[in-house]
Design a protein around this ligand. Structure first.
Ligand code: ATP
Ligand code: MG
Length: 421
């Protein structure tokens, strides 16, 4: 199958355009790597490539995850010869079972002797004649035709197509810098990470859990979610951070209603340390204004104060319904619906503060030994490398084995973990 890919936003990138196009080509190669080597060319603001597969539905599924693609078509590549172009246009109409059609031409290669409007008119007339000869009911409709035949005259060849499919838009993954995504097993954070991938960012994933004080569900769900979203960035590093040692320390001095905010600040500091190790420049979370107590403007500001990096919150103005719809589209909805015990609900008050005072929070933190512990939990975290391999699924490789504390060593947590969930 021969395809042509168009991009919109990249086309506006001026001097950096080459870098964006190169990355898009590399990502297309990764998307189809299990279909053998693909021949790719960049031609006058579009990319053409050939894949060894005739499964259009699978092709569409894969293209829906290639950020930077505005739209694409299956094309016939023919010589720059009027007869060959017009014949290809007629075949496109028949293939699409068109009843009405219109021809649109673009001619970046000005060496071709006919102007675009002439091509449109002449090819239209040729197609009508062919239809008449074969007794095929077909007419021209300039507005609202059921089939638009597109002719692109580029680089000593012509590309002719009958159907154009929308791509996901955005920018190619790998052009937008690196982030650390705070990934829970809920609905929001996978969508937030996906949003940033769509803007070209490469997201290192980081999940906090309280295993063995909670069951493995949040860990296992999170690994599944990470595998699903890895499809969009081809390769992910996932940190699974055992948060229990920090929670144990926090429990010793903190009132229950302040713990949520203290947990969050500690998570953010740990994520920032991971960002330093991974050369990431910002954090991303799935927070949405007012969704829960930790997401009031006051509390968000208190959380922000714990971190020196920008905190990106792409869902801040989104409703839960919108987020769930997106989760369905990107494929994380079902896994995010699975039950799990959240580490944040461990030893938490039913009524967390909605307007935490920064001075109180800082005073509590000063009395604790958090920095060392936060460093330690990264050293004990499990680190997994995920690689998307098309129809072969996702390859998983452990880069660092986890070290879990013994339940006996955490008197505060082990005593009360179950009843407070
Ligand atoms: P989600 O927001 O992913 O649906 P949630 O609603 O249970 O999960 P919130 O309590 O709303 O989580 O947390 C707000 C944000 O904090 C999450 O979107 C996520 O970015 C981050 N976060 C919460 N819990 C965790 C966790 N266990 N590990 C990593 N990040 C977390
Ligand atoms: Mg949430």
């Amino acid at each position: 199958m021969q395809l042509v890919v168009h991009y919109h936003e990249i086309a506006l990138k001026g001097k950096n355009r080459d870098m964006f196009v190169k990355r898009l080509i590399a990502n297309l190669r990764k998307t189809f790597r299990d279909w053998g080597k693909i021949a790719v060319r960049s031609l006058f603001g579009r990319i053409t490539f050939r894949v060894d597969c005739e499964d259009l539905a699978e092709l569409q599924r894969r293209m829906s995850g290639v950020f930077g693609v505005a739209n694409y078509s299956v094309v016939r590549e023919v010589e720059q010869d009027f007869e060959a172009i017009a014949q290809a246009a007629w075949c496109c109409c028949k293939e699409a079972q068109a009843r009405t059609f219109v021809v649109r031409c673009s001619r970046p290669d000005k060496a071709f002797p006919m102007r675009s409007v002439e091509v449109e008119r002449e090819v239209g007339a040729y197609v009508l004649k062919c239809a008449e000869t074969e007794n095929y009911p077909l007419r021209v409709k300039l507005k609202g035709a059921d089939t638009t035949v597109r002719i692109e005259i580029v680089n000593r060849m012509a590309l002719v197509s009958g159907a154009q499919y929308p791509g996901p838009g955005g920018l190619p993954v790998g052009t937008g810098g690196r982030l650390v995504g705070m990934l829970s097993s809920g609905f929001d954070s996978p969508v937030a990470c996906w949003n940033m991938m769509k803007r070209g960012a490469d997201v290192v994933l980081c999940h906090f859990h309280s295993f063995p004080f909670t069951n493995r569900a949040s860990l296992d769900n999170c690994i599944k979610i990470a595998e699903i979203i890895t499809r969009y960035q081809y390769r992910s590093r996932l940190y699974l951070v055992g948060f229990a040692p920090v929670q144990e320390e926090l429990l010793s001095l903190t009132p229950a209603d302040m713990r949520m905010i203290l947990y969050r600040r500690s998570m953010v500091r740990i994520a920032e340390k991971i960002a330093k190790r991974e050369w990431a420049e910002a954090l991303v979370t799935g927070e949405s204004l007012g969704q829960v107590a930790s997401q009031t403007l006051t509390n968000l500001a208190v959380i922000d104060e714990a971190c020196h990096l920008p905190m990106l919150r792409p869902l801040i103005g989104a409703d839960k319904e919108e987020i769930m719809t997106k989760a369905r589209q990107i494929g994380t909805y079902d896994t995010s619906s699975l039950p799990y015990e959240d580490c944040c609900s461990l030893m938490l008050s039913q009524h967390p503060v909605t307007h935490a005072a920064l001075e109180d929070v800082q005073r509590i933190e000063k009395a604790l030994n958090l920095d060392e512990l936060e460093e330690r939990v990264i050293g004990e975290a499990e680190i997994i490398q995920l690689k998307w391999k098309g129809s072969e699924g996702v390859e998983r490789k452990t880069l660092q084995e986890p070290q879990y504390g013994e339940a006996d060593n955490y008197a505060n947590l082990s005593g009360a973990s179950c009843c407070l969930l």
